[in-house]
Ligand binder design. Structure first.
Ligand code: LLP
Length: 421
């Protein structure tokens, strides 16, 4: 459920008219709903209320400071994967002891920054990384809390580019090697084992792959405890999928996910951490765009929008589907017609949807891409020298621009001309 609904014939974000925002901010822009962000965070928090837990929002999904602050104030921890994300979490007021640091290539500098600023745990992805964390911690005279990410070799049954839990993927250590790696960790100075980490992929639409992975984690917890290690936390990653089409998709609900975690792991008495990104931010954001031209091609009509693949890369990159709706509510019974919906970028890949049925639209009309809050703005670029588009946050009946559109001069002035030119 989200808070982007038609009221009096036009699309609203909570209690604000999307068309009114478009008049001021100018399209294209991302628009987020505070109520939806909080609702989704709270669903996870409630789903794990059966035991000690921390919901660490995977801020790679949407990392604007205003979004982070909204979630942090509700009690969220953060999952970060770079020094930049760590700094963003700290800047948004998230205490270090609520930040977990994931990612396969943490650098010496990133590890140092996190140990200096405070960190709940590093989710270690390899033996070499573990040794560097140990060295940096010893040099700073501190102890680094760690989990080790295990790769359970489970098929997440999702898009190949976002599946991470098979042995051919670059993530984690093979679960079969876990005992040896934990033994090495226990012998290293400057690190303290606190638990186990696992994350098998993103946009999972069934519980079964999670269940398989968590069963392996449950066994491993008992084995490692028998080896004498302290396993007090289980970080179960993110990955729960969202419905991208309103009609026929019904991925499991956070409550069902939480109950499955309790069934699989509740008996171990560990603190549970999860790292959801998409489910918190995805349906809490839309991308609002205008039709620049309606072009009648051969056998098909193109709606050429002012948003493009540089603003929302998911259709080009993952063949992802986003529902696209008219901001003005279609009149009941009006005939829909098929359009190819494209952006202005000079690539055929800059196609958002083919033969998508919409009410008749023409130049100047507004459309909204639904479910664009996660992996939308954060993955955008300035390809074709198109400025990064604004982000806007709505709360009840008011809104604020939370990232302004840069001017073209600002973009040009970021370049520097070398002395020989
Ligand atoms: N934890 C780790 C270690 C991750 O790698 C990810 C996502 C998450 C948590 C959050 O997963 P989520 O709850 O959002 O599924 N750009 C792609 C998605 C990439 C996901 C990468 N890792 C997309 O647009 O679909």
């Amino acid at each position: 459920m989200d808070h982007f609904l038609y009221q009096n014939g036009e699309l609203f974000a909570e209690d604000v008219s999307v068309a009114e925002i478009a008049k001021v901010v100018k399209t294209p822009f991302y628009l987020y709903s505070t109520a939806t962000l909080l609702r989704h965070f709270n669903l996870f928090d409630e789903a794990l209320a059966w035991g000690p837990h921390l919901v660490c929002y995977a801020m790679k999904a949407a990392s604007n400071q205003a979004i982070l602050k909204t979630l942090a104030e509700a009690g969220a921890g953060m999952d970060v994967v770079s020094g930049g994300e760590y700094a963003r979490a700290i800047a948004a007021g998230v205490p270090g002891d609520k930040i977990v640091f994931s990612g396969v290539g943490k650098t010496h500098e990133e590890i140092k920054a996190a140990l200096t600023g405070g960190i709940r745990q590093f989710n270690v992805e390899s033996e070499p990384e573990m040794r560097v964390i140990s060295e940096v911690a010893v040099s700073l005279g501190v102890v680094a809390p760690i989990t080790i990410r295990v790769n359970p070799d489970v098929d997440a049954k999702t898009h190949a580019k976002i599946a991470t839990g098979k042995s051919e993927n670059k993530f984690g250590i093979p679960i079969a090697k876990a005992r040896a790696v934990y033994a090495e960790a226990a012998a290293l100075p400057g690190i303290k084992i606190v638990g186990i980490d696992v994350h098998i992929g993103s946009q999972l639409t069934e519980l079964e792959p999670f269940e398989k992975a968590y069963a392996k984690v449950a066994d491993l917890t008992e084995t490692l405890r028998a080896d004498g290690h302290t396993i007090e936390r289980l970080d179960l990653g993110g990955g729960l999928g969202i419905p991208y089409t309103r009609s026929n998709e019904a991925p499991p609900l956070p409550m069902e996910y939480g109950q499955m975690i309790q069934r699989s792991l509740g008996h171990l008495g560990c603190e549970i951490e999860i790292e959801p990104g998409r489910l918190i931010a995805g349906n809490a954001g839309i991308l609002v765009s205008s039709v620049i031209y309606l072009k009648n091609g051969e056998g098909r009509d193109f709606l050429i929008l002012d948003a493009a693949m540089n603003d929302l890369i998911r259709p080009a990159m993952y063949e992802a589907h986003h529902d696209i709706i008219a901001v003005e509510e279609p009149i009941a019974g009006v005939d829909q017609q098929p359009y190819d919906i494209v952006g202005p970028v000079c690539e055929t890949g800059d196609t958002f949807a083919k033969q998508r049925n919409l009410p008749p639209l023409t130049a100047g009309d507004l459309v909204a891409f639904r479910s664009a809050g996660a992996y939308g703005a954060v993955m955008s670029s300035e390809y074709n020298s198109r400025p990064l588009i604004p982000e806007v946050l709505v709360k009840d009946d008011h809104y604020a621009v939370i990232r302004a559109r840069p001017t073209i001069d600002e973009m040009i002035n970021r370049d520097t001309i070398p002395s020989w030119l």
